[in-house]
Design a protein around this ligand. Structure first.
Ligand SMILES: [Mn+2]
Length: 300
């Protein structure tokens, strides 16, 4: 299998980014969401793209490695969670400077990764999770199960160190009644997409910074990007394409601004469905670019 941007398959002591895929989409609420194909597809697409980022960094000079995909057994959730945990535990050169980069998969893939990273952070008041998503994913159960991409924020909330002080969801615009009620009860914090439009990108960045910087000058931040945070006019290849999303450029700007203020300890890109993409693969190209641009901001 090709590696992301031809990065080497093994880490060493200089590694700054560890990329890996979780080809797991069976906890999606949609039948045709084939996001398990995305890690492989984005690697292939990365070969067709330019080797510099927008701000002019040479991607081939990045100290990154691509460890490939975690082997997933779609029928067994707890086994998969365990496999993901074991995979992450085994990473040999995992040091404090390394940034984990996960390519999903549906949004549930975020849960085991955040849990792994969060468990490792010594001072929990330094830790934060920022999610870009059209949804809050805040059902407590979905069709009788605790484990679904629609419950992922609730499962994160179940972790003792995640709460309304360190989990923030940005770009929301498709929240169901039950979720709204749950969100009120738990005082879940989120910023709707229309408000981003009203207050502008600078103020949005400021609000995110103020939210996470209450207890720490430079919080350790995990960022999860559900591709559906973007407007479907630029990212149609996803299960729930909801109008009114933010633009690629605005997301790019927000992330670029944020990176300077936080220590990014990991990020992910989830919910891209290749089978729902256009023939020119625009959503998958967009996702590939987002990942590598995000890496370039951390480097620069
Ligand atoms: Mn979503």
């Amino acid at each position: 299998m090709k590696s992301f941007f031809d990065f080497k398959g093994q880490c060493d002591e200089n590694t700054e980014f560890i990329i890996f895929g979780i080809p797991w989409d069976s906890l999606s609420s949609l039948e045709n969401a084939d996001s398990a194909l995305t890690p492989k597809n984005l690697r292939e697409i990365s070969y067709e793209l330019a080797r510099t980022t927008e701000i002019g960094l040479d991607i081939t000079s990045f100290n990154a490695c691509d460890l490939g995909d975690i082997e997933i057994d779609s029928s067994d959730t707890s086994k998969n969670i365990k496999k993901i945990e074991e995979f992450l535990k085994k990473i040999e050169y995992f040091n404090k400077k390394v940034v984990l980069v996960m390519i999903g998969g549906d949004h549930f893939c975020t849960f085991p990764v955040v849990k792994f990273i969060g468990d490792m952070v010594e001072k929990k008041e330094d830790f934060g999770v920022l999610i870009f998503d059209a949804h809050v994913d805040f059902y407590d159960t979905w069709e009788g199960s605790k484990f679904s991409h629609t419950t992922v924020s609730h499962r994160l909330y179940d972790l003792e160190y995640i709460n309304n002080e360190n989990l923030f969801i940005v770009g929301t615009r498709d929240i169901d009644n039950i979720e709204l009620e749950n969100a009120k009860n738990e005082n879940l914090r989120y910023l709707n997409a229309y408000k981003i439009d009203e207050i502008g990108i600078q103020q949005t960045t400021t609000e995110i910074m103020q939210f996470f910087k209450k207890y720490s000058k430079k919080p350790k931040l995990y960022v999860s990007i559900d591709i559906d945070v973007l407007d479907p006019s630029i990212a149609p290849g996803t299960g729930y394409a909801i109008a009114g999303g933010i633009s690629y450029r605005n997301l790019w700007k927000i992330i670029r601004n944020l990176v300077k203020e936080f220590e990014i300890i990991g990020f992910d890109l989830v919910e891209v469905s290749p089978g729902l993409d256009l023939p020119n693969k625009m959503t998958q190209i967009c996702a590939t670019k987002l990942i590598v641009e995000f890496m370039s901001f951390i480097k620069s």
